[in-house]
Structure formats: structure tokens, C-alpha cells
Design a protein around this ligand. Structure first.
Ligand code: HDE
Length: 729
């Protein structure tokens, strides 16, 4: 069904209906005079107007006042969650196979739609690090011909809580603690685990956030999920439940926690820089949009409730069908105007897409518009260029702060006679949106459905689905987190909760904390119970261990989400070399890597260029002081006796290789280069030359080594090394 894509230039690819629509709002100062906001040319922007050269500044200085006032008002409140983000423009192409499922115009055959995608972390402030252990936001604005559709998702398919009413509590618990504003962009603290330990509905999501999913290698290598169950409605009015998935074409990959911590110091903008550079280089990030479809009559055929956002539908039960592809093709022109002012709202839907009664989704329908009113300052945020629909907008809404539209005529109400009843309502056949009619016969109640009271089964399913190394990373993450919890109670109760998921998990975490798992006997595990409710109605049975597994929940190279996607495209290789290196061999390797879409950078003992063995010179990209192995996907030590001798005497070069080894990265070395690997083989890495993912060659000829090195790079990481080195699993 895939539509063949015609060969296009960078500019063709980047131009969409939305780009054209934004054009009148773009400003380019090149070749222009400096002016005030009123267009008055300014002759002196260096000195304020004063009573005498050394006298006081005059109130009359309209230029000073305008410039300073604007500056004083430059900041707007950051998002209460998802404050730190990076975004890009792109296009979505429908495969055309969803017509039977939905009448949404943008999913019909041959239709392409401009999109704007903002990625984010959740807990940290705008200036925090990209590599925080956190969920990533994955919010896509589709500028469709039928109006804006926002798919406001995350890179984790479930959520911490079941009812939106608890969201402010949850966010207060995870954000820096209010008395001292510590810690920044981290969940490893008391209030978060206090919340976790008494709200067991958080358990499933907690395991995802403790897994490597919370440490993406790049935004381009993350899955995205709509999380809630939505509905698709087709042209006959038939509806089905759907869950949305984004599947990255480069596969789903992560970094190690130790690397994440290093990257946060070396390059806190690691993810946004990666996104920006990839697009600038024409290595456009791509995802397929997929849906899991559940017929109306199958709503109750699962052992969980489709309306419960702490549950996912295993892909083995309901496969994901690909219905289109998104490609990011253009970086924003201006961070504030676009990435900061973009306003997503999952209430922005188009005909053919409808909501479910998920209580988390229902609450979000209120929150997003409300928060934009505060953040963007008034009801006209839909007129900000990045938020503007490309479909025409006509209604009786008027006025408010910063109104841009000049609505003509005397009528701003409907129905009306004076304007022949325009703007008129649209029938379904004219694109009018109508809600799926749904019978509701129920008592008005504040109550949790019994079908939601299972807090541990899917957490166990997730745990069961992880490979040994993925389990080890979850255990280590929880040890890290709980070690930062100061008070005993939340730490102990969290261990009790983990024991309800999998006793083995709790015991392994506890062993690292030097404690035993406390007994659950007599404990009320769920303390989030209404005052007049019977606590027993809110208690969930522990997982049985018989939950089975879902291979698609693992990120292993052979898992269904990564199988067939092995490639070295856009991977970064550090080539370690200095004066005396075999420059022709380096050039050959770099060419071979580039042919397969990877990039190589020369890391040397000094900047400028290095002199090769044969007198050739080679430009250096980094020194051992300016970068770190944590910022690369693989390391190659170039041959050349003098170069390697110098590197083995440089402690930072030795550490570079050692860390790449610890972080389980592919490492290659030819001829003399092997000596640097040996020098790096201290403390637990004695077998470095024969370890998995280490590719060495006696020869200086790159040709003999490159294929094996490239194969190793396709594996992404060789986590077996960490498993082998772990003394306390
Ligand atoms: Fe959000 N969320 N959220 N959220 N969310 C916001 O809206 C909220 C939830 C998500 O790049 C806020 O504009 C409530 C789930 C993303 O601009 C706010 C609840 C999912 C973004 C808000 C949730 C998300 C937000 C803050 C529980 C995945 C960033 C700033 C009921 C499906 C969008 C803003 C961007 C942002 C409320 C839970 C995704 C306060 C009340 C579940 C990707 O309105």
C-alpha cells in the first residue's frame, strides 16, 4: 500500500501547506535598517537620551522605554509539565488503508498533511537536561484540511494514574520538593516515592520509567503512544476503539544510565542537538503511525479495562496496523515563536476521530485549553502562527487580549438573519463534526470502576517481557532512586509494592539497599481510598506470575519493535587518532561508514589538524577534553604506532575507551590501535580484546575490519558485557 515517494530536494521536502501559511509572519533582518516597533529608523542604539553626557537618563527616551519594556516582558510561564522541549516541522503521508476504519480526511489515500512535533521531558524545568530519567512527550499537531488534529502522546504507552483528578497530586509529588526546590528533573526523591508507595496504580508505569525507555538514545529512536483508547468512526458511522502507536524506522534505542548522567553534564542539549543536526543534514527522522483496533463488541473481552490508562493492549493480542508515515523535514525558524508557543490539546479532533470515556482522557480535555489561557495569556492563542489552522476559521468568537483577526460585519452571533445565517453549521456530509451517540444509563457517582482495581498484573507482564539485561537495568535504576529517598517509610512501602509485582524484583532491589523486603501483612497497600469507601474495594490482588510476556515490550535487538531495523544510519563514531596516525586508513574507514549513513568524528589530543604517518594532514573535530565517549555510539582506534603510543600515555584517551567498553559500545581497533584497548583493560575489563562487540584486526587495511565493525554497530550495544561484569545482580 505504500505510496512511492518521488525524488525531492531538501526544500521540496520541507515545504508544506503550513510552511507557506507561516510565510507572512517570518521576519528577516538581513539588509534592513534597525527600527522601533513602530517602524521608525534608529540612529543611535548605543546611548540612552540623557541630560548631558554624564547626566541622568530622560523619561522622554521612547526608544529606551520601548526596548527595555519589551525585554522586561519577554518571558512567559513555562509549561507546568513538559516544560523542556524541542520540535520540528514535517509531513504525514497516509498509506490509504484506513478508509474502512475512519473517515478522517488526512488518513485517506494519497493525502499528505503538514505536522509539527514537539518532544519533551516532563518533570524538569525548561533549562534542565535532556537526559533526565523521565517520560518523553510526543505531541503531534496535524494541520489537516478539516482543522487541527493533535495527537498528544508520550513515549511510554501507559500512565501513572487512572483518574485525572489525581494529576495535580502526582505532579506535585514528582516535581522538585516545594520547600527547597530539590531535585531538578529527577524522580529520585521522597515525595515521589511517598506517592508511589501508597498509590499502587502507579506500579506499571513506574517499571517503564525505571527501564531504559526513560533514557532514549535520541528522539528519533523512540516509540510514541496515544496512551488512551480513542475511537475511529467511518463514513457509515460505524465506530471502533483504537490505540495510536508511532514506530521509529530507526528502531527503539537507549543509552545507559551512567552515560545519561555524563551526557547531562557534557551536553545537556544532546537530544535537541541530535534532532536539529539530523534534520539539517537531511537525515530526516521517520515514524510509522499504527493503530490497534478493537471492535465495539469486543470491549469487554480483555482481562483489563480499555478505559484504564494504566493498561496497554499487548501487541501480540491486537497487532499494530501501520496506516501512514511521518517524516520530520524542517527545523523551526524561531524557538519561542514555534516550539514554546505551540499549544496542543487532545480536544483538537477532526471528523472520524472521537474520544473514549477513559477518566484520564476526559480530564485532559479540560486541562489543556485551561493551561494555555494562563501560559499564552488569553483566549486568542489559536491565532498565534504556529497554532493557526490551515482550514478556514469562522465563528462568532470575538475580542480578547491580542486579537489578530479583523472580523468584518455587524453580526457575531448565530443563528442570524442579518448575515443570511452565516457562518452556517455544517452537515456531516459537509464535514460537520458529530460525537458518536452513546447510550448512558447510570448513576451520577464518584467511584472507581471495579474493573480498574488491578494494579500489578501488567507491571508483571512488563517485567516478564524484559531480557535479563533490561531487568538488571530496572533493578539498578530502582536502587539508585530509592537510595536517594531519605525517609524509611516510602522506601520500605515501595519495596512492598514491588513485591506485589514480582518478589524477585523487590528482593534484588532490596539487596542493593542493604535491607530485607518488609512483609505486606496487615498493610493497606492502597491508601488512595475515598473517605466513605470500603478500603477492601480498592485493594488489588498481587500478580500471580502467570501473566505471560509480550515480546514487543522489550527493546532487545531481536524484539518485534526492532527486528529488521538494524542499521548504522546516523550513528556517531569517534575515531581516536593523533599525530602519527595512518591517515589514509582513517579516510577509508570514514568513507565506508558514511556510505552507510553513519558519521565519524576525529577525536585527538589537540584541535586543529593532525599530521599522519605519511605526512598527510587530517582535520580534528574534538579533543579528549571537549567531548566524551558518552556522546558517541561507537569508538574506533586508528592504526599508526606513534599515534597509538601517544594515546596510551594520555589518561583521558584511555578513559575514553574504558568508558565506551563499560557502556557496552562497539569498539574497533586495527594493528597498533589494539595497544590502546589493552591499556584501557583495567578493573573488570581484562578480556577486552575477546569481549563481544570488540572488533580488532592485525592488519592496517580497513577493508578487513570495517564489515565486522559495521555489523557490531548494527547491534547498538553489547549489554552482555555488563551482565558478565555485574557482581550484585
Ligand atoms: Fe499532559 N499536560 N496531562 N499528558 N501532556 C500538559 O498542557 C495533563 C498526560 C502530554 O509539547 C499540559 O500545554 C493532565 C498523558 C504532552 O506542549 C497540561 C493529565 C499524556 C504534553 C497537561 C495529563 C500527556 C502535555 C502542560 C492527566 C500522554 C506536552 C502544558 C489527566 C498521553 C505538550 C500544556 C507540548 C502537557 C495536563 C496526562 C501528554 C497541564 C491533567 C496521559 C506530550 O495541560
Amino acid at each position: 500500500m505504500k505510496k512511492p515517494v518521488a525524488k525531492q530536494t531538501h526544500e521540496d521536502v520541507a515545504r508544506t501547506a503550513k510552511t507557506n501559511e507561516l510565510a507572512p509572519n517570518r521576519e528577516d533582518s538581513y539588509g534592513q535598517f534597525l527600527t522601533t516597533n513602530q517602524g521608525l529608523r534608529i540612529s543611535d542604539d548605543q546611548n540612552s537620551l540623557k541630560a548631558g553626557e554624564r547626566g541622568p537618563t530622560l523619561l522622554e527616551d521612547f526608544h529606551f522605554r520601548e526596548k527595555m519594556t519589551h525585554f522586561d516582558h519577554e518571558r512567559i510561564p513555562e509549561r507546568v509539565v513538559h516544560a523542556r522541549g524541542a520540535a520540528a516541522h514535517g509531513v504525514f503521508e497516509a498509506y490509504g488503508n484506513a478508509t474502512e476504519l475512519t473517515k478522517a480526511g488526512f488518513l485517506q489515500p494519497g493525502v499528505t498533511t503538514p505536522v509539527f512535533l514537539r518532544f519533551s521531558t516532563v518533570a524538569g524545568s525548561k533549562g534542565s537536561s535532556d537526559l533526565a530519567r523521565d517520560v518523553r512527550g510526543f505531541a503531534v499537531k496535524f494541520y489537516t484540511e478539516e482543522g487541527v488534529f493533535d495527537l498528544v502522546g508520550n513515549n511510554i504507552p501507559v500512565f501513572f494514574i487512572q483518574d485525572a483528578l489525581k494529576f495535580p497530586d502526582f505532579v506535585h509529588a514528582v516535581k522538585p520538593e516545594p520547600h527547597n526546590e530539590i531535585p531538578q528533573a529527577a524522580s529520585a526523591h521522597d515525595t515521589f516515592y511517598d506517592f508511589i508507595s501508597i498509590n499502587p496504580e502507579t506500579m506499571h508505569m513506574l517499571l517503564w520509567v525505571m527501564s531504559d525507555r526513560a533514557l532514549p538514545r535520541s528522539y528519533r529512536m523512540m516509540e510514541g503512544f496515544g496512551v488512551h483508547t480513542f475511537r475511529f468512526v467511518n463514513a457509515e458511522g460505524k465506530w471502533r476503539f483504537v490505540k495510536f502507536h508511532w514506530k521509529p524506522l530507526l528502531g527503539t534505542h537507549s543509552v545507559a544510565w551512567e552515560e545519561a548522567q555524563q551526557i547531562s553534564g557534557k551536553d545537556p542539549d544532546f537530544h535537541r542537538r541530535d534532532l536539529w543536526n539530523s534534520i539539517e543534514m537531511g537525515a530526516y527522522p521517520e515514524w510509522e503511525l499504527g493503530v490497534q483496533v478493537v471492535e465495539e463488541e469486543d470491549e469487554h473481552s480483555f482481562d483489563f479495562d480499555l478505559l484504564d490508562s494504566t493498561k496497554l493492549i499487548p501487541e501480540e493480542l491486537v497487532p499494530v496496523q501501520a496506516i501512514g508515515k511521518m517524516t520530520l523535514t524542517r527545523n523551526p525558524d524561531n524557538y519561542f515563536a514555534e516550539t514554546e508557543q505551540v499549544a496542543y490539546h487532545l480536544g483538537h479532533v477532526v471528523p472520524g476521530i472521537d474520544f473514549s470515556n477513559d477518566p484520564l482522557l476526559q480530564g485532559r480535555l479540560f486541562s489543556y485549553t485551561d493551561t494555555q489561557l494562563k501560559r499564552l495569556g488569553g483566549p486568542n492563542f489559536h491565532e498565534i502562527p504556529i497554532n493557526r489552522s490551515i482550514a478556514p476559521v469562522h465563528n462568532g468568537q470575538r475580542d480578547g487580549h491580542m486579537r489578530q483577526t479583523i472580523n468584518k460585519g455587524q453580526v457575531s452571533y448565530g443563528p442570524n438573519l442579518l448575515n443570511d445565517n452565516f457562518p452556517q453549521q455544517a452537515k456531516a456530509s459537509e464535514g460537520g463534526y458529530s460525537t458518536v451517540p452513546e447510550p448512558v444509563a447510570a448513576f451520577k457517582v464518584r467511584k472507581r470502576s471495579k474493573s480498574f482495581i488491578d494494579f500489578y498484573s501488567q507491571a508483571r507482564l512488563f517485567w516478564n517481557s524484559q531480557t535479563e539485561i533490561e531487568k538488571l537495568h530496572i533493578v539498578k535504576a530502582l536502587r539508585f532512586e530509592l537510595s536517594h529517598v531519605q525517609k524509611d517509610l516510602p522506601r520500605e512501602r515501595t519495596l512492598v509494592q514491588l513485591a506485589q509485582v514480582a518478589p524477585e524484583l523487590a528482593e534484588r532491589v532490596a539487596a542493593g539497599l542493604g535491607v530485607a523486603v518488609p512483609s505486606a501483612e496487615g498493610l493497606q497497600l492502597n491508601l488512595a481510598v475515598p473517605a466513605d469507601a470500603n478500603p477492601a474495594d480498592y485493594q488489588s490482588a498481587p500478580a500471580t506470575g502467570q501473566e505471560g510476556s509480550s515480546p514487543a515490550l522489550s527493546m532487545a535487538p531481536d524484539s518485534p519493535i526492532n527486528a529488521g531495523k538494524a542499521s548504522i544510519k546516523t550513528r556517531h563514531v569517534a575515531v581516536l587518532a593523533t599525530d602519527g596516525a595512518d591517515v589514509p586508513a582513517i579516510a577509508e574507514l570514514v568513507r565506508t561508514l558514511m556510505d552507510q549513513g553513519a558519521q565519524a568524528q576525529i577525536v585527538a589530543t589537540h584541535l586543529g589538524s593532525i599530521k599522519g604517518e605519511g605526512g598527510q594532514s587530517l582535520l580534528v573535530n574534538h579533543t579528549f577534553q571537549s567531548t566524551s565517549s558518552a556522546l558517541f555510539d561507537a569508538v574506533y582506534v586508528a592504526s599508526g604506532a606513534a599515534s597509538v603510543t601517544a594515546l596510551t600515555q594520555e589518561p583521558d584517551a584511555v578513559r575514553f575507551v574504558h568508558e565506551a567498553f563499560r557502556h557496552c559500545k562497539p569498539i574497533g581497533a586495527s594493528e597498533a590501535g589494539v595497544a590502546l584497548l589493552k591499556a584501557a583493560a583495567y578493573a573488570g575489563a581484562e578480556d577486552i580484546l575477546s569481549a563481544p562487540g570488540v572488533v580488532v584486526s592485525e592488519s592496517t587495511k580497513v577493508g578487513s575490519l570495517a564489515p565486522a565493525f559495521i555489523e557490531a554497530m548494527k547491534q547498538h550495544r553489547f549489554w552482555q558485557r555488563e551482565l558478565a561484569a555485574t557482581r550484585n545482580p
